[in-house]
Design a protein. Structure first.
Length: 495
């Protein structure tokens, strides 16, 4: 029996009342988790884990997976409407999505995220269904040296994303890398750069910094800008603009496809995750776009490409989980716990010993992806109508939501102070025309880069040749060097 026939059988099994209900509960919880600032898919999966395990069998994993990809859909809502990335992969959506919302096109931005998420999810599912064993085998060739080189390549995209001033982009990137080093040393253990503050022993929480940097800074900018009109026409969209447009789907088809394939290949690499995929997808879309100057100012392609990559990566991240038993992210690590709790050991033998379970779960993924399309399209007008609320009423509500979101992460008043501090930093960055995205990327990807470099050097007795001895690592480093040189040359020609 081939994979297609097995999939059809799995979809049929997933249409039973129990699995269907579990999938629906999962995607609804995921959407809510994604919309709430500060909570990500890993928190959502952990919250639902006890309930899901009680369902047993395929229904349990269908519910947990529903939370995962549902949160990917929902994460775009706060990014677009409030300019606050709920989790790391949503950072790139803020750049153009929030700009579109501020000029009265919240519905278009939310609409294209639904279309792009469905496209990315579908392509990711096809990879998961038919190519899982082969791709996982290839992913095993990525060791610590390759991972470090890949992180370096991802960070080099700052040269493309920094706008007019590459120097400012790399300056904020360095700040982000330093912030990522706060806390416990990942190899030897002692705390570093904590300034004697006990609450910094475990490091800075990404969500707290991102919410402050993007959320509070926007509020401060509006409040302190004497020339800003809080009731401007741009913030008062028409009813027509609240609706998604099918024409946008066709206009961004190539950005969606490129983002989807990038997400598929990056998502399968353990420890890399969707954040790197969205950075690469956005940079690729900007690089090959005929209207690259519009990126960062409200480009529809700038929303479509990272959203497609985000969702395709969420499905392809499950490939190493099911085929090798290796969780590729924090969320899939929690899902691994769910599999073990229901008495199943993920790996190659799972497909041989429990084929009905595997294909029913895969079938539930397809059904859940379709569920999310209809649910989110129906919800878009209601969500986008938030932009019709007068700003003097909306901003206090947003402020309260941000405070609640920050406090709920660790139940810590200290986190609120950190968010306010980075809100002021973000406001200064806006006034001085420093990009904020490189700081966040440095903070998220920096620790991964550090672990890759240090583990490679430990394994090679301190020899830097380990990074060029391995072909994949060498190719990634050459691409990184070429990209930086080309961007510097372009900047030099403009002077």
């Amino acid at each position: 029996m081939d994979s297609f026939e097995l999939l059809l059988g799995g979809i049929q099994s997933a249409l039973t009342i129990k699995v269907l209900t579990a999938t629906l509960i999962g995607v609804l919880v995921g959407l809510v988790i994604g919309v709430l600032p500060g909570l990500g898919p890993s928190a959502g999966v952990a919250i639902l884990l006890p309930f899901a395990v009680s369902l047993g069998g395929s229904a349990a994993i269908a519910a947990l997976a529903g939370v995962y990809y549902g949160a990917m859909y929902g994460g775009a809502v706060t990014s677009i409407l409030l300019g606050i990335p709920g989790d790391a992969p949503s950072i790139m959506t803020v750049l153009d999505g929030h700009a579109m919302a501020k000029r009265g096109e919240a519905g278009r931005a939310l609409g294209i995220t639904v279309f792009a998420s469905f496209t990315g999810g579908l392509i990711g599912l096809i990879f998961l269904t038919f190519l899982a064993p082969y791709i996982s085998e290839a992913a095993l060739h990525f060791g610590t040296a390759e991972m470090a080189s890949l992180m370096l390549l991802s960070l080099s995209f700052v040269a493309v994303l920094s706008g007019r001033n590459i120097i400012k982009g790399f300056a904020t990137l360095c700040i982000g890398l330093i912030l990522g080093m706060i806390g416990l040393d990942p190899i030897t253990g002692p705390s570093r750069i904590n300034f004697g503050i006990y609450d910094l022993i475990d490091g800075l929480n990404f969500a707290v910094v991102a919410i402050g940097l993007f959320g509070f800074s926007e509020i401060f900018n509006t409040m302190l800008n004497k020339n800003s009109d809080l009731e401007s026409a741009d913030m008062r969209p028409s009813l027509k603009s609240l609706m998604p447009r099918l024409s946008d789907f066709m206009a961004t088809k190539w950005s969606q496809l490129s983002g989807s394939f990038i997400g598929c290949f990056i998502g399968i690499l353990p420890g890399v995750g969707a954040t790197t995929a969205t950075i690469m997808a956005y940079a690729a879309a900007k690089k090959f776009s005929k209207n690259s100057d519009e990126f960062g100012k409200g480009s529809i392609d700038g929303v479509a490409s990272p959203e497609a990559a985000n969702n395709s990566a969420s499905y392809s991240a499950m490939i190493p989980l099911f085929t090798l038993g290796i969780p590729g992210s924090a969320t899939t690590a929690v899902m691994l716990g769910g599999l073990l709790m229901i008495g199943l050991q993920p790996g190659p033998m799972l497909f041989i010993n429990n084929p009905d379970f595997v294909w029913t779960v895969f079938g539930s993924f397809y059904i859940g992806n379709l569920m999310l399309v209809f649910i989110t399209i129906l919800a878009i007008p209601a969500l986008a109508s938030i932009m019709l609320v007068k700003v003097r009423i909306l901003y206090p509500i947003i402020f309260a939501i941000i405070i609640y979101g920050v406090y709920s992460i660790n139940l810590s008043p200290f986190d609120i102070g950190v968010a306010l501090f980075f809100g002021l930093i973000g406001y200064l960055f806006m006034k001085l025309d420093y990009p904020m995205v490189p700081l966040i990327l440095g903070m998220v990807l920096g620790p991964m880069l550090e672990r890759g470099i240090r583990r490679t050097l430990i394994a090679s007795d301190g020899s830097l040749l380990a990074f060029v001895d391995r072909p994949i690592s060498l190719v990634l480093l050459l691409i990184t060097a070429a990209m930086i040189m080309v961007q510097i040359f372009k900047s030099y020609r403009k002077i």
